[in-house]
Design a protein around this ligand. Structure first.
Ligand SMILES: [Cu+2]
Length: 268
């Protein structure tokens, strides 16, 4: 009884969260969190093991006790067995945890596209994020990357009517409980769009719109950061993300779309 309760306590303990990883807020996030925890346990074991080995070596091969060097080296095979053990654990992590998780994510993407997802383009630039919304018509205007004039430019073709109500925001606002597909891109160098509380990140590559998706479970406010060293001010490359109610999200869309139509002179 006691041993099973100890095992249960250990299994529910998250070393990654203990070391500062924020709580999970996405539907798929617990499986990713579990994998991060298993990897963290392995790293803790390796850290403790290597530290002990270092300390034992310091004392065992102390100069005073061993005035002449040994030319035979290690004769037993403990280190070989340990190395094989680590390789086996790493193979299990990759084949047993990472691959199935990745397969699940890519398989589910087809279903998510049919579940009325919210689509937003996340545009990285040195050193900020810009979020491009399709507006109330839910259709993005034609994107022509040769039109890029400023940092984080959504590169909208001004002659495409689908783009008239498109707008951009420096805060990422998304509704709770609905799949979100973010199309991640960049207008300069490679960045990485990283939402730690949603347990997801994706490289932002100039010239490509790469989708990443998740379903936020609760209303919350957090910061989204750049996860790829991208220049001198990389550490300050962050933006706010707000998970809000569907009603608040609709109000936000309507208000910003109207503003955009007015600004571009298409509000008649
Ligand atoms: Cu960056």
């Amino acid at each position: 009884m006691l041993s099973s309760s100890i095992i249960n306590t250990l299994a529910s303990f998250s070393p990654a969260e203990w070391m500062g990883m924020p709580k999970n807020y996405s539907v798929h996030g617990d499986t990713v969190g579990h994998m991060i925890d298993v990897v963290t346990w392995l790293m803790i074991a390796l850290f403790v093991g290597w530290t002990l080995f270092f300390l034992i070596s310091l004392f065992k091969f102390w100069h005073k006790k061993n005035p002449t060097a040994s030319y035979h080296g290690v004769e037993n095979h403990v280190s070989t067995h340990l190395e094989i053990g680590v390789v086996v654990i790493e193979a299990v992590l990759l084949l047993g945890f990472a691959f199935p998780l990745w397969a699940e994510r890519t398989n589910d993407y087809a279903d998510v596209k049919g579940q009325n997802p919210v689509r937003v383009r996340a545009i990285g630039n040195q050193f900020a994020w810009n979020f491009h919304y399709a507006g109330t018509d839910k259709k993005f205007g034609f994107i022509d990357r040769t039109l890029a004039k400023v940092k984080g430019d959504p590169c909208l073709d001004p002659t495409d009517p689908y783009g008239y109500d498109d707008f951009t925001s420096s805060t990422l606002k998304i509704p709770v409980g609905r799949p979100v597909i973010l199309q991640v891109t960049s207008t300069d160098v490679i960045h990485n769009f990283s939402i730690i509380p949603m347990r997801i990140q994706q490289d932002a590559i100039p010239g490509k719109d790469i989708p990443m998706w998740f379903i936020p479970k609760e209303e919350m406010i957090t910061s989204v950061v750049c996860g790829q060293l991208c220049g001198s001010d990389h550490a300050n490359m962050k933006a706010m993300m707000e998970v809000i109610s569907q009603k608040d999200f609709n109000d936000f869309l309507n208000k910003e779309s109207k503003k955009s139509l007015k600004l571009k002179g298409h509000d008649k």
